[in-house]
Design a protein around this ligand. Sequence first.
Ligand SMILES: [Zn+2]
Ligand SMILES: [Zn+2]
Length: 90
Amino acid sequence: MQNLWGENVRLRRRRKKATPSPQPYSITGGNDCEVLGHSLNMFDLSGCTTCMDCHVNIFCPRCIPIHPRDDQAVPVLCERHEERAVQHAV
Ligand SMILES: [Zn+2]
Ligand SMILES: [Zn+2]
């Protein structure tokens, strides 16, 4: 797939082994974020946030082209840019 800048992007680098810190509580057994999506904190003014569960850095690719501090950050559209969140009932 391609992202907004025409670069090839793999969704996420998966490392099945070597989990640094096992999640103490998880409804899916450790990969809630992969199954349910990240639990985002509030986006800050620069379009960055973090995941409450796995604490990865997240940025909105519509707000900023890349995360300013973490090139492994996960692109997730913020509330203002997430199209499918506008209307639930269709
Ligand atoms: Zn997460
Ligand atoms: Zn945005």
